[in-house]
Write a protein that binds this ligand. Structure first.
Ligand code: SAM
Length: 256
């Protein structure tokens, strides 16, 4: 898969930081241990986590060398390691496993979430935010366009239709192993500027693997198909800006 493009992702850095800040507001750390940021990306959110808990050491883990290069510059005092979240096995149990907008790239959440909780120190916290906008036009338009006959063969294997489950699924797999579980959803109304802002938004994230599977001409055709659909679904307001509703799922679970 093509590497992440930090510049494209960070075009909407302020909008994308808001849920991470909301998640941080619900975390209280008690016991010892360091902090791990899984799927730390460009490190701008890792820096916010480090500022919130300045007395703790922090390590960011990500599979993207491009993102890690940015992260090392964003937080020179942090440790950043290239690795796969699926193989995460810390040497010492952390006080906090934090993950903002990353775990929806991994499969089998009913196994993954209890496994992460099990890695924590006693009383440690698993704090996760994931987009759950997959039933909205920003994502259904992607699936629709991917099924057009000219793209179907190349995209069937890479499109992720619903990588995040219902909130109750996460409660069901975490509660038997946790001291506390808090789960909520928030739908943000991001007000975006520019000509095709929803296309620009998803190009930095969910569209990446699809575009990477297409050649240049196919990419342009696909973006036209997708762009027409999202332009109709998210019309501009009278001031020329585009209100873009986006739902996110938050999970804060404390280990026993
Ligand atoms: C949408 S970005 C979020 C980055 C950062 N947490 C933030 O909030 O800005 C998702 C990140 O997860 C990383 N990622 C996705 N799957 C991964 C995996 N299996 N192991 C490690 N990192 C992964 C990507 O490389 C990317 O940097």
């Amino acid at each position: 898969m093509a590497d992440w493009d930090p510049a494209q992702y960070l075009k909407f850095a302020d909008h994308r930081a808001r849920p991470a800040i909301d998640l941080l507001g619900r975390i209280a750390l008690t016991g010892p241990g360091e902090i791990v940021d899984l799927g730390c990306g460009a490190g701008n959110i890792t820096r916010l986590v480090a500022q919130r808990f300045p007395e703790r050491g922090i390590v960011g883990i990500d599979s993207s060398p491009e993102m890690l290069a940015k992260a090392r510059a964003a937080l020179p005092g942090g440790r950043f390691i290239e690795g796969d979240i699926a193989r995460f096995a810390p040497a010492a149990p952390p006080a906090l496993i934090f993950s903002n907008a990353a775990l929806h790239w991994l499969d089998d959440h009913p196994a993954l979430f209890p496994a992460l909780l099990g890695r924590l120190a006693r009383g440690g916290v698993l704090a996760v935010q994931m987009p759950r906008n997959h039933g909205a036009p920003s994502h259904t338009a992607m699936v629709e366009a991917s099924r057009l006959p000219r793209f179907r063969d190349k995209l069937a294997a890479v499109v992720r239709e619903s990588p995040v489950a219902e909130p109750r699924v996460y409660y069901g797999v975490l509660a038997p192993h946790a001291a506390e579980v808090e789960i909520w959803e928030t739908e943000y109304l991001h007000v975006l500027e520019g000509e095709r802002p929803v296309v620009e938004w998803t190009k930095g994230t969910a569209l990446r693997p699809l575009l990477a599977a297409l050649d240049d001409d196919e990419q342009a055709e696909f973006l036209d198909e997708y762009g027409r659909r999202v332009a109709a679904a998210y019309p501009k307001a009278a001031d020329g800006k585009t209100p873009f509703p986006f739902r996110r799922l938050f999970i804060v679970a404390r280990a026993r």
